[in-house]
Design a protein around this ligand. Structure first.
Ligand code: HEC
Ligand code: HEC
Length: 212
């Protein structure tokens, strides 16, 4: 087993021995890579099922939306599923540059906004995910195919996806916020650490996809 502890923003402590890594205090998650061939396809599929539950959860999917470029309000604390209130559109810029910039309300701040129904915020610029990364209303198979397609995931192999999760979390970006969204919002399921572990297990298993 190779063990890494990634601290903010990208300094890497690598231990070549099979010793549990001591994460730096501010490391958002630890990266433990099991040996090649040690994760079966069915274990990989189980890991993907949990990845799907995270990706399709409102705290993640509400920004990973299609080419209508409209963020969503959904999940407990939002009542019914509906387009973002106040007629918000993100436009092709995905940051609202053509309309009302997201940052007008979703300011960049490391302090969590804990007030119910106030604009959530985090440590980097608030914006929709690129349109190819669409998850909202997509099936497990569709999300699986997108996540393993470098043409639609920002050119990432599975380790690149893991790096994105750790890097984004270390900047207090949406990945960290999703498990700690404030304002009585329901967090994404499991935990960042579990999600990182699942992404690695799914990768080592050869990125198997469910049938539907
Ligand atoms: C506020 C909007 C927003 C939310 C909420 C959000 N994301 Fe994203 N996400 C983005 C943006 C913007 C990018 C593009 C960043 C990049 O590629 O460098 C992105 C890219 C990604 C990627 C890169 C590859 C791909 O295929 O999507 C992953 C993985 C990801 N997000 C995971 C998550 C997870 C997990 C959550 C929930 C815990 C989440 N995101 C919530 C905006 C968001
Ligand atoms: C006029 C202020 C305003 C602007 C501009 C704005 N938002 Fe929001 N947004 C809010 C408020 C307020 C909430 C929380 C509503 C609630 O909790 O009931 C919210 C919530 C959200 C959510 C739901 C997050 C979750 O909990 O799942 C997303 C996604 C979102 N906004 C994306 C955007 C994007 C992308 C833009 C820019 C295109 C944008 N918003 C522009 C005020 C704004």
């Amino acid at each position: 087993m190779r063990t890494f502890a990634l601290a903010a923003p990208m300094s890497v402590f690598v231990s070549a021995l099979a010793v549990p890594a001591l994460a730096a205090d501010d490391a958002p998650a630890v990266v433990n890579i099991p040996a090649e061939g040690s994760v079966s396809e069915s274990q990989g599929l189980e890991a993907f099922q949990r990845i799907y539950e995270v990706a399709s959860h409102p705290r993640c999917a509400n920004c990973h939306v299609d080419d209508r470029n409209i963020p969503m309000w959904s999940g407990p604390s939002y009542g019914e599923t509906r387009p973002h209130g106040m007629n918000i559109k993100a436009g092709e810029s995905r940051i609202g540059a053509e309309f009302l910039p997201c940052q007008t309300c979703h300011i960049t701040s490391d302090d969590l906004d804990t007030e119910p129904h106030a604009s959530p915020r985090f440590g980097i610029e608030w914006q929709l995910a690129p349109v190819e990364f669409v998850w909202f209303d997509k099936s497990a198979l569709e999300i699986c195919e997108q996540l393993k397609d470098p043409d639609r995931n920002g050119g990432r192999d599975w380790m690149g996806l893991v790096d994105h999760l750790i890097h984004d979390a270390s900047l207090n970006g949406p990945v960290l916020w999703g498990w700690n969204p404030g304002g009585t919002r329901e967090p994404a399921p499991y935990s960042l650490q579990q999600h990182v572990d699942d992404m690695i297990a799914w990768g080592i298993a050869g990125q198997p996809c469910p049938t539907e």
